[in-house]
Write a protein that binds this ligand. Structure first.
Ligand code: 6PG
Length: 465
């Protein structure tokens, strides 16, 4: 009998099923349309003997040893609810459903409550690493009860990526904690991808040939920017299109899709009274990218004034990218801290940095330092205040400022760089400008304000009325 079942054999589900089989566990597999099950079986080679194909959910459930564990890998939203609704009548108390897709953590909280009240277990699990990761070792972020997790820990650890031998998987907290951490992972991913795209945009505006750009990114990958996203950027920029022989980036339409995790990060940040502006800029840039016709019309209406881009030093670009990356992570970690407090999750930020070091899309050498910073504790919940991080940011910010200023002067868009820099500049100002905002609120709405020289919250200005 199978130790676990997988429902949903799309790219990620099929890859995870093979990974589980490859790790020595028998897996029952089911997909609503049988074609995907047949394709998986046909391509499984020697692993087929560990896979038990099921034609119906009943068959799947019957093939798994009780108490059953069933991993569902279907599209976020209604499809998850619909699979749960079909599965639950077939299950016994003590069985477990695991949602391994990118779910909105609010949905995970709701489903956890509903299923646990029926005596079923539920885990909301973030899985990062794309298809390659899912097949050979993703980073895995688990939410639910710790006891439930212990029941499948052996499988999760076996299939996870390893960093120096340690599995990049962990139980992080109750109900929506795992999916929330995965969402923030994706938010950081959005920001990092956008920072890199902005550097690419600047280099393109400067007229730098793609092969030189590719070489530069490859070199950067050997330094403090070492990361999966820098590595693949170097490969992408060097790649030629199979059909035309042109550089592949030149034949790709400049419109980026998004499935929603970046947006969820920003919404969660706002609801928690935080603001992840670098991540938000990255989401905005994707949304704007989608409206190509309007952008073309705007380009015709407001042609660029042809201010030459001042020569950008490669070392400045490298440092600017590092500084922006630190700020992007900083906003993500501040959000994790805020959610942990709001939902009583007791998130271990060091552990999160630890399991992001291999398998996931944002794996980078910076995470080693973030781990150290989290171990020491983040002053005021801010990574940018950590004594481990401060020297890097102090070195990088002047370059981030020079690069952003040059871009602004030349009219080259750098929304995420600018957002990161503004966040930094706003945060390092002990006395900001909200005194005037408070005065304005009091002026038109008698909202009252606090004073610098007296206790109390209900002072009013000398304006009439
Ligand atoms: C990962 C990725 C993965 C996927 C995103 C893409 O960690 O493996 O983040 O989850 O690539 O769903 O999301 P967008 O379509 O929103 O870019």
């Amino acid at each position: 009998m199978a130790r676990i079942g997988v429902v949903g054999l799309g790219t990620m589900g099929a890859a995870l099923a093979l990974n589980i089989a490859d790790s020595g566990f028998d897996v029952a597999v089911y997909n609503r349309s049988e074609g995907a099950t047949n394709d998986l079986m046909a391509g499984a080679g020697g692993l087929a003997e560990r896979l038990i194909p099921a034609k119906t959910l009943e068959e799947l459930v019957a093939a798994i040893e009780p108490p059953r564990s069933i991993l569902i890998m279907v599209k976020a939203g209604d499809p998850v609810d619909s699979v749960i609704a079909s599965l639950t009548p077939l299950l016994d108390k003590g069985d477990l459903i695991i949602d391994g897709g990118n779910a909105d953590f609010n949905d995970t909280r709701r489903r956890t409550e509903a299923l646990t009240s029926e005596g079923l277990g539920y885990l909301g699990v973030g899985v990062s690493g794309g298809e390659e990761g899912a097949r050979h070792g993703p980073s895995i972020m688990v939410g639910g009860t710790e006891e439930t997790y212990r029941g499948i820990e052996d499988i999760i650890e076996a299939i996870a990526a390893k960093f120096k031998g340690a599995p990049c998987a962990a139980w992080l907290g109750p109900d929506g904690a795992g999916h929330f951490v995965k969402t923030v992972h994706n938010g950081i991913e959005y920001a990092d991808m956008q920072f890199i795209a902005e550097v690419y945009g600047l280099l393109r505006a400067e007229g730098r040939p793609l092969d030189k750009m590719a070489k530069m990114f490859a070199e950067w990958n050997g330094g403090p920017l070492h990361s999966y996203l820098i590595e693949i950027t170097a490969e992408i920029l060097a790649a030629a299109d199979k059909d035309t022989g042109k550089p592949v980036v030149d034949v790709i339409l400049d419109q980026a899709g998004q499935k929603g995790t970046g947006r969820w990060t920003v919404i969660a940040a706002l609801k928690l009274g935080q603001s992840a502006t670098a991540i938000e800029s990255a989401v905005a840039a994707r949304s704007w990218s989608a409206d190509k016709a309007a952008r073309e019309a705007a380009e015709a209406a407001y042609p660029n004034a042809k201010v030459a881009l001042s020569t950008l030093l490669d070392t400045d670009l490298e440092l600017a990218l590092l500084g922006a990356r630190i700020i992007g992570y900083g906003q993500g970690f501040a959000l994790l801290g805020a959610a942990s407090e709001a939902f009583d999750w007791n998130l271990d930020l060091q552990k999160i940095a630890e399991i992001w070091r291999a398998g996931c899309i944002i794996r980078s050498s910076l995470l080693d330092e973030i781990m150290m910073a989290a171990d020491e504790g983040l002053p005021h919940g801010q990574l940018i205040l950590s004594p481990v991080i401060q020297p890097h940011l102090k070195e990088a910010v002047p370059a981030l400022r020079r690069v952003t200023a040059a871009a602004v002067q030349a009219g080259v868009p750098v929304p995420a760089f600018a957002a990161a820099l503004s966040y930094f500049d706003t945060f390092r100002r002990g006395r900001g400008t909200a005194d005037l905002i408070q005065a304005q609120r009091d002026f038109f709405g008698r909202h009252g304000f606090e004073r610098v020289d007296r206790e109390g919250t209900d002072f009013h200005g000398p304006w009439a009325g």
